[in-house]
Write a protein that binds this ligand. Structure first.
Ligand code: IPE
Ligand code: IPE
Ligand code: MG
Length: 231
């Protein structure tokens, strides 16, 4: 921790939580075991981010493409969402964190949708902290959705007008995107908002990505020079 320049922390960190399945496989356990540990770890990382004063955290929990996975894996994921929403939502509310969903949750079981909706409503007035969960999220879908909305409105848009049609309406762009699980790609995550995000890739599988690993990513971020195209 002592190496982190706290004056230069990101305001918005986004996680691509990848590697749950491989983490479980290496322990001869089913993939759902990895997802369960991944969710526990996510709650730890969220707490750590808040403790450090990072106000916005985005978590890529399910992509539009992930919906093509076997139904048994999806059912296990939906059941985890069900458990974790009821288990942790009050903690987010206690921390005055606003919960936002990025993506189309109409594909989720109805009881999961309604517990998500009530958490979103219960936290809607909080402004100090924000947790975005990307669920059935795909950046291409998000961009097409925005374009179609713009067409219906019949308006020419500037950057701000377009950003207001995205799921992340009103939010700052991610400063730092952390992907665990060894792969070095964005996998359809925040393609518009990531224009000037710093990217950090970790070989650790998500359930094994510790608070110390997060600190290392933050330390590297704090030492990078962001030029935004300038000299
Ligand atoms: C990420 O872990 C979580 C989701 C995509 C739901 P994976 O399930 O992709 O785990 P690996 O990449 O197969 O190890
Ligand atoms: C990205 O992980 C999606 C999430 C973390 C939710 P994937 O495991 O789906 O990505 P690919 O298939 O390796 O690109
Ligand atoms: Mg994966």
């Amino acid at each position: 921790m002592k190496d982190i320049n706290t004056a230069n922390l990101p305001s918005h960190v986004a996680f691509i939580m990848d590697g749950n399945g491989r983490w479980a496989k290496s322990r001869l356990m089913p993939r759902s075991f990895g997802h369960q540990h991944g969710m526990e770890r996510m709650m730890g990382l969220l707490q750590h981010a808040f403790d450090l004063g990072i106000p916005t955290v985005t978590v890529y929990a399910l992509s539009t493409e992930n919906l093509s996975r076997p139904q048994a894996e999806l059912d296990a994921l939906f059941s985890l969402f069900r458990t974790y929403f009821s288990k942790y939502v009050h903690e987010l509310i206690e921390k005055k964190a606003r919960l936002c969903i990025l993506g189309d949750i109409s594909v989720l079981p109805e009881d999961v949708q309604s517990s998500i909706q009530s958490a979103v409503q219960a936290s809607a007035s909080f402004t100090e902290r924000c947790v975005n969960i990307a669920l059935n999220y795909g950046a291409r879908d998000e961009i097409l959705r925005a374009v179609n909305l713009a067409v219906v409105q019949g308006k020419q848009l500037d950057k701000e007008g377009f950003a207001n049609l995205l799921y992340t309406k009103g939010q700052s762009d991610p400063d730092l995107i952390i992907r665990t699980g060894k792969e070095k790609r964005l996998s359809n995550f925040l393609l518009y908002q990531a224009a000037y995000a710093e990217l950090y890739f970790s070989d650790k599988m998500f359930p094994a990505f510790s608070d110390k690993d997060f600190d290392a990513a933050l330390e590297e971020f704090s030492n990078r020079t962001r030029r935004f195209g300038k000299v």
